[in-house]
Design a protein around this ligand. Structure first.
Ligand code: NDP
Ligand code: OXD
Length: 316
C-alpha cells in the first residue's frame, strides 16, 4: 500500500523512517512517498498537516486521511470540498497529552502563586508578600475534556487543586473517569462562575467559534486567569483585553490566536498580564504518531473500526 505524507513542519525522512519501522513491526508492506516532492503519486492513505486543496483534490483512491494533529479545523473544510466520502482520522493523544499537561500545570501554578502580581511588584523594586488563596477554593475548570483536557485535568488534580469540566455532552467519555463535576455546555455560565483558572481545550467547530465573548468571560470570578491552548478563534481577543483592562480578569496564558503568527503590534503583545507562546503547548511527536497511525491502518486492513474518526457533522 502507498502512504503519502504532507507535513511542512517535519523533514519527510523522519516520517518515512518511523512509518517503515512500525509497518515492519505490524508486518505491513508500505511505500511512503513525499507528497510535496511527488504530488502526482496516487496514495491509499494520506498523512497530512494543512495540505493544499489542489493536492487533495487530485488524490483519487484514498481510503483514509490521517490528520497529523488533534485539531481538524483546517483540514475539515478541504475534506468536505474535495474528499467528502473519505474518512478523516485525527491523532488521539499520541504523546501530546503529557506535553499539554505540563503546559497547563505551569499556568495554573503561575496563577495560583500570583506570579503576575510579583512581576508587577518587581518592576517597582517592591518587596511585599501577598496572600495566597487556599487551594480548596481555587477551582480549575476545563472547557473540553477530551484527550488533551483529561490529561491536563488529571495533572492539575494531582497537584491538589479542585477540578471541574464542561463538555458538549456533560458526561465523561466512554472508558474514561474524571473525579469532579462535569457541566453540559448549556450550563456554561454556571461552570465559568466556579473557575479561578479557566483552561480552554475545545476543538474549533461552528458551535465553539467565538464562544468565549465578553458576556461569557464576565461570568468568571474577579481575578480569574484564562489559559487558551485550544484554538484562537474560540475566544474574542478584544473582549479578553477589555476585561483585563477593567481588572475583572487577572491574567491569561495564550498559546493559540485568531491569526497566527500573532501580528506584530497586536495589543496582546504588550498587555503585561498576558503570557504568549507560539502554538507550542503540544507538538506532534513523529514516533508515537507513526506508531498510532500504523496501528489504525492495520485495524482498517482487518476491517475493524480505528479510533479517532472525525464526525464531520460535529466538526471534531
Ligand atoms: P477531543 O476531541 O478529544 O476532545 C474535545 C472535547 O471538547 C470533548 O470533551 C468535547 O465534548 C468538547 N467539545 C466539543 N464541542 C463542544 C461544544 N460545542 N461545547 C462544549 N464542549 C465541546 O480533542 P482533544 O482533546 O484531542 O483536542 C482538543 C483541541 O485542542 C484540538 O481540537 C486542538 O484545537 C487543540 N490542540 C492544541 C494543541 C496546541 O499545541 N495548542 C495541541 C493539541 C490539540 P464531548 O466529550 O462531549 O465530546
Ligand atoms: C493540534 C495542534 O491540533 O498542534 O494537534 O494544534
Amino acid at each position: 500500500m502507498k502512504l503519502a505524507v504532507w507535513d511542512p513542519d517535519e523533514p519527510f525522512r523522519r516520517w518515512r523512517d518511523a512509518l517503515a519501522q512500525h509497518a515492519g513491526e505490524l508486518r505491513l508492506a508500505v511505500e511512503v512517498v513525499d507528497a510535496a516532492a511527488e504530488p502526482d503519486e496516487q496514495a491509499d492513505f494520506a498523512l497530512v498537516w494543512r495540505p493544499p486543496a489542489e493536492w487533495l483534490a487530485g488524490q483519487q483512491r484514498l481510503r483514509a486521511v490521517f490528520n497529523l494533529g488533534a485539531g481538524v479545523d483546517a483540514v475539515l473544510p478541504l475534506m468536505r470540498a474535495h474528499a467528502p466520502q473519505v474518512p478523516l482520522i485525527r491523532l488521539e493523544d499520541a504523546g501530546m497529552g503529557r506535553q499539554m499537561a505540563d503546559y497547563v500545570a505551569e499556568a495554573v501554578l503561575h496563577a495560583h502563586r500570583r506570579m503576575d502580581d510579583y512581576a508587577a511588584l518587581q518592576a517597582h523594586a517592591t518587596w511585599e508578600p501577598l496572600v495566597l488563596a487556599p487551594r480548596t477554593g481555587f477551582g480549575v475548570g476545563f472547557l473540553g475534556l477530551g484527550h488533551m483536557g483529561l490529561a491536563a485535568a488529571r495533572r492539575v488534580q494531582a497537584l491538589d487543586f479542585p477540578v471541574l469540566a464542561c463538555t458538549r455532552s456533560g458526561t465523561p467519555r466512554a472508558g474514561t473517569d474524571f473525579d469532579g463535576p462535569i457541566y453540559g455546555i448549556d450550563r456554561l455560565y454556571e461552570f465559568l462562575g466556579h473557575c479561578r483558572v479557566l483552561v480552554v481545550l475545545l476543538p474549533l467547530t461552528p458551535e465553539t467559534r467565538g464562544l468565549l465573548d465578553y458576556g461569557a468571560l464576565s461570568h468568571l470570578p474577579r481575578g480569574a486567569h484564562v489559559v487558551n491552548a485550544g484554538r484562537g478563534a474560540l475566544l474574542h481577543e478584544q473582549d479578553l483585553l477589555d476585561l483585563l483592562e477593567q481588572q475583572h480578569l487577572g491574567g491569561a496564558t495564550l498559546d493559540v490566536f485568531e491569526h497566527e503568527p500573532l501580528p506584530a503590534g497586536h495589543p496582546l503583545w504588550s498587555q503585561p498580564r498576558v503570557r504568549i507562546t507560539p502554538h507550542v503547548a503540544a507538538h506532534t511527536l513523529v514516533g508515537p504518531s507513526a506508531a498510532q497511525i500504523m496501528r489504525k491502518i492495520a485495524a482498517l486492513e482487518r476491517g475493524d473500526h480505528p479510533g479517532g474518526i472525525v464526525d464531520a457533522r460535529l466538526g471534531y
